[in-house]
Design a protein around this ligand. Structure first.
Ligand code: ASP
Ligand code: MG
Length: 464
């Protein structure tokens, strides 16, 4: 069971999470994964930026807010007998956190490594609090960090990749003895460590990934992701009023949906679950008895509808490589992706017209400039590519559903709907899985395109 930040956002939510664990613990062996409380990670990022600028005053102010908030929750959730121990543990973490911020501020240097170290405090503070809360309702628990539980990663700080074989082995070895003592492990999400012990993070939203990794290591029957929504939806309900919860989606569909508005599941988190065919339930911690959305290997039809959901991915841009010398010249695409890759620019979507005169790639907006510079260095002046352009006003609209596979006319309906909505389409791609048709439109046109497609496929009438 993984609890997201909003499901732990204050003392009442914490207690609610503990009751959920309690409710399911007699019949199940549970491993709990805790995210940072509420917006703590965002606040730590803000602190890191302030410290880097040397604005120690504001950094300290925000810092003491975080520290006090955690202590306040701790005092109201822990049992009488355990409050002192919990508070002293948190105070120790708080002072380590304070020293870290001072250090960054004095050096005015924030490396990916020191940033991960700083961000790790969000989960390092929340896990012991959740463990104590659960213990106050009578459960035997033990708080552990990702490193303590044995998750090892490479040293790509900020977005580290777990070393699966070692991690699986270590996790089994370390968790088995706890269970024999009927103790529920409460593990920090999001954070792990390199082999030599430096703290790493798995990328924003990485607690999901921690949960699926632990589940894969332990051969879990199910993964439950407790969040603040009823499940995956046919569209972002802030854009589409009649968006509905999806009862079940396949891993293939979930992967396509993983960038789902603000409520996305960490995209890499699905890998271990899909590989081990472990079902994932996305459930609302405020309404724990509801089914939520089940992600599994089953391809289930959607009341006969070919499209299941339409999602929007914001904050992206387009990098376009063009040149008449590209036609019929092998190897240009290889160079494009190679230089993106070696500069850590993730490509989210690709399209190349059959004239071969341009290749367009959608990347995160923050990566556009870096991507353009990387390609300029790698490609210009070799006779094939003569222009490299970056555009920042874009969003991706992804239309998803396994029923689209082999069904003619879906693309026509998608583009017909978007056109009727008066939206100009700038780029298109369909994966050969046919699970997804993606189009790129201007940021301001995004919501209109989503509404038009949702309406066209009558997704608001999904039986759920
Ligand atoms: N606390 C981290 C974040 O906000 C990880 C997570 O919540 O999954 O990104
Ligand atoms: Mg979070």
């Amino acid at each position: 069971m993984k609890f997201g930040g909003t499901s732990l956002a204050n003392a009442a939510r914490m207690k609610n999470a503990a009751r959920i664990i309690q409710r399911y613990s007699p019949q199940n062996k549970i491993v709990v994964v805790a995210s940072a409380i509420g917006e703590t990670t965002d606040q730590l990022i803000e602190i890191s930026e302030l410290a880097k600028k040397g604005d120690l005053q504001r950094a300290r102010k925000l810092l003491s807010k975080i520290q006090a908030f955690h202590l306040k929750i701790a005092r109201s959730v822990a049992s009488k007998g355990e409050t002192r121990e919990l508070v002293s543990r948190l105070e120790q973490l708080n002072s380590e956190l304070g020293r870290t911020v001072e250090g960054i501020a004095h050096l005015r240097e924030l490396t990916p490594r020191s940033r991960d170290y700083l961000l790790s405090f969000g989960e390092r503070l929340s896990a012991p609090i959740l463990a104590a809360t659960a213990s106050a309702v009578g459960l035997k628990t033990r708080a552990l960090t990702g490193a303590e539980v044995g998750i090892a990663t490479d040293d790509n700080f900020g977005e580290a990749t777990p070393l699966m074989e070692i991690s699986y082995h270590q996790v089994q070895e370390r968790l088995d003895p706890l269970w024999t003592r009927r103790t529920i492990p409460v593990v920090t999400g999001f954070i792990a460590a390199t082999i030599d012990g430096s703290i790493t993070t798995l990328g924003r939203g990485g607690s999901d990934y921690t949960a699926t990794l632990l589940a894969a290591a332990l051969g879990a029957d199910e993964i439950w992701i407790w969040t603040d929504v009823n499940g995956l939806m046919t569209a972002d309900p802030r854009i589409v009023k009649d968006a509905k919860v999806l009862q079940s989606v396949s891993f293939g569909e979930a992967l396509e949906l993983s960038y789902f508005g603000a409520k996305m599941m960490h995209p890499r988190a699905l890998q271990p679950a899909a590989q081990k065919r472990t079902p994932v339930r996305i459930k609302n911690s405020s309404k724990p008895t509801r089914d939520g959305t089940l992600v599994s290997v089953k391809e289930s039809p959607n009341g006969g509808r070919v499209v299941k959901a339409v999602s929007i991915i914001r904050d992206v841009g387009i990098v376009t490589v063009g040149g008449t010398g590209m036609m019929g010249a092998p190897g240009v695409a290889a160079k494009v992706f190679q230089s993106f890759g070696s500069n850590n620019v993730n490509v989210m979507m690709i399209s190349q017209g059959s004239s071969e005169a341009t290749i367009s790639c959608v990347v995160a907006r923050k990566d556009v400039d870096r991507g353009v510079r990387a390609l300029q260095l790698a490609l210009l002046g070799q006779g094939q590519v003569d222009k490299i352009l970056g555009e920042k006003d874009a969003c991706i609209i992804a239309v998803v559903g396994s029923g689209m596979k082999g069904t003619p006319g879906v693309a026509a309906r998608v583009f017909g709907a978007v056109a009727k909505g008066g939206v100009n389409v700038r780029m298109v791609a369909q994966g050969s899985s046919e699970y997804n048709i993606s189009l790129v439109v201007s940021e301001k046109d995004g919501p209109r395109a989503v509404k038009a497609i949702h309406e066209e496929f009558q997704l608001g009438k999904t039986s759920s």
